[in-house]
Design a protein. Sequence first.
Length: 244
Amino acid sequence: MNAALAYVAALQENLTALATAERPAIERAAGAIADSIAAGGVVHYFGSGHSQLVALEPLLRAGGLAPVNVIADPALSPTTPRHAGAAERAGGYAAAILSTADIRAGEVVVVISNSGINAVPVEFALGARALGAKVVAVTSRAHSLSAASRHADGRRLLDVADIVIDSHGRPGDAVVPLADGTVGALSTVVGAAIVNALTCRAAQLLAELHGQEPPLIVSQNTADDAERHNSALLEKVKDRIPRG
């Protein structure tokens, strides 16, 4: 067995299963995103640990939507994984993050957590819903149900979201067995695919259902007027998202 090829095969299998089984959830989530943007809203993404990498994926992304805000708390950064692992288990911490997040009623908040069992993503989802937002969870149902919840009330992210997109990840995340263990995590790659799928469908629905030109970021490395184009889009949401 070539472990690299085994990983790619597992990834392909995962994406195929996701595309079939999660189509209704992706459709609902993309529709909610399109509705919110059409009404002048912003899409918020949140994750902790390595899930924060997925949350960062759509921010000012070539081919992505402009009105995207990422709530990336430094204490939950994947650059300090042991610290983030401890912080995301802390009950009450999500309230502090939410207190400075500009989440408005009618907007969509995408919460990414592969396990979906830690206190922070669960409490963040609950808090966002209390603010009137619609919460989309990106999580592994199999992983989540295989482990005990660390939330005070025993709830998981999949229990508290309005829409759940199952990543179809395996418990433990890694997928390629070796003699000394299992290697090759899927959650970040699959999570990024889900986020981009949502972006694609939401952009399509903005045009088809709302008659609006999707506010799409273009690569600054391909078009001469990319900076002007992108700046014009971002100017409309300058008070809602980081400019960087």
